[in-house]
Design a binder for this molecule. Structure first.
Ligand code: AMP
Length: 424
């Protein structure tokens, strides 16, 4: 199948070919036709599958087919849970619309609203936004959603995790009821189905086949190690392997900073990326990492969500996440778009329960290794460390990227365990 056979316009085909894509990914093959037909779509797809192009390309096709007005109302809204994802989706929209007469903008919290408001005032067709800033600007009368034709809810599961349900409901009320809705989610929990039921109108449901499962394409390994020896081991692995681009996950922001400092002391260029970092610092760290100037990016779960780092060869879990599904999200950062990757987890005794839960979720036993000199402590307790907030507090109000209500956070943070997690 080719992009041309999907019925996309010449201007879009030109942009696609400029990006270097030759074949539509499975989610693109399945999602683009119904979106072009104008029906609502509920798609199960994770970052890394090409889902962004899956909704952006047909959305741009539809918008550019209809005549434009002199004053350009916002006709399409793409709502994303995090700043990083918003920035990434916006970058995609810009690239794909290069040869179209379409204007786009991105808005999110943590930065001055003035330039964002000024851009919107000039008229934009496509707006990419995080919920908090969107509601802020709307309440100030700086934007209107009354002319929305297409609404995209991206990473809906993460939206609920982050407590955005009320905000989404408020956004829905601001849009005309006659519109096309597209909803993307990596998981289909009861809460997601309920949300979909409230937003979508007789949706076409698309799913990519299990063969593309991120988990299958990645080599996974566990190093059993004493807690106090983890830093030494991670430095050894990166140095001995001469790894040039490594994404490391820690459970807390403090842990990310601490590890980063130790890496730098060991002469490994590193930067931390988490919710307490300013937008500028995050962008700089990511740019440095992508360009190869920074070898190690230490991230918390929430900050890593939505990072677009193609062909990332190594992901290391310095600590296992206490929510099993975050493990799948984390290792999904490697082996992207068909490339192979390695996901390594440093596991101390107190993480034994987490490891067991993760293996249950991914339905496989991860091979275990022990490095001489970095053995696990045989006397350490296997009881988990004192109960932590999901994401080590990263989903607190200040870090939710749009400064919004967190009333629903607790009720929505419990995703059911699925034995057949199909994150493609
Ligand atoms: P996404 O899931 O939208 O975050 O996309 C994951 C990565 O795949 C991004 O780096 C995209 O640029 C890339 N990508 C998207 N569609 C294709 C395609 N059809 N062929 C090759 N790469 C693609």
């Amino acid at each position: 199948m080719s992009f041309k056979s999907l019925g996309l316009s010449e201007a879009l085909l030109k942009a696609i070919s400029k990006k270097g894509y030759t074949t539509p990914s499975p989610i693109q093959q399945k999602a683009i036709p119904p979106v072009l037909e104008g029906v609502d779509v509920l798609a199960s797809a994770q970052t890394g599958t090409g889902k962004t192009a899956g909704f952006t390309l047909p959305l741009l096709h539809i918008l550019s087919e209809n005549p434009k007005e002199k004053f350009r109302p916002i006709r399409a809204l793409i709502l994303t849970p995090t700043r990083e994802l918003a920035a990434q989706v916006y970058a995609n929209v810009k690239e794909y619309s290069e040869f179209l007469n379409i204007r786009s903008a991105v808005i999110f919290g943590g930065v001055n609203q003035k330039p964002q408001a000024a851009t919107i005032k000039q008229g934009v067709d496509v707006l990419v936004a995080t919920p908090g800033r969107l509601l802020d600007l709307e309440s100030q009368g700086l934007l209107s959603l009354k002319r929305i034709e297409i609404f995209v809810l991206d990473e809906a599961d993460r939206m609920l995790d982050m407590g955005f349900l009320r905000d989404i409901e408020r956004v829905i009320k601001m849009m005309p009821s006659k519109r096309q809705n597209l909803m993307f989610s990596a998981t289909f929990s009861k809460d997601i189905k309920k949300l979909a039921h409230g937003i979508l109108n007789h949706p076409v449901q698309v799913e990519v086949t299990p063969e593309n499962s991120t988990v299958d394409a990645i080599t996974q390994k566990v190093y059993r190690v004493a807690k106090g020896l983890k830093t030494g081991l991670i430095i050894k692995l990166i140095s001995d392997g001469n790894w040039k681009q490594v994404l490391v996950f820690t459970r807390t922001k403090h842990g990310a900073n601490k590890l980063c400092e130790k890496m730098i002391k060991a002469d490994i260029t590193a930067a931390a990326i988490h919710g307490n970092k300013s937008q500028g610092a995050r962008t700089k760290a990511l740019a440095g990492f992508k360009s190869g100037r920074i070898r190690v990016l230490v991230a918390t779960d929430i900050a890593a969500r939505g990072l677009d780092i193609p062909l990332l060869p190594h992901v290391i879990n310095f600590e296992l996440p206490n929510i099993s599904e975050d493990y799948v999200h984390r290792i999904g950062r490697t082996g992207r778009a068909g490339a192979s990757g390695e996901a390594i987890s440093l596991v101390s005794a107190d993480e034994t329960t987490y490891l067991r839960d993760i293996q249950k979720l991914i339905e496989m036993k991860i091979p275990v290794e022990i490095v001489e000199g970095f053995e696990p402590d045989p006397n350490a307790s296997t009881a988990p460390e004192k109960k932590q907030q999901r994401g080590g507090g990263n989903r607190s109000r200040n870090n939710s990227n749009s400064g919004t209500s967190n009333k629903n956070r607790n009720s929505n943070s419990r995703r059911p365990k699925r034995s057949n997690d199909r994150r493609n």
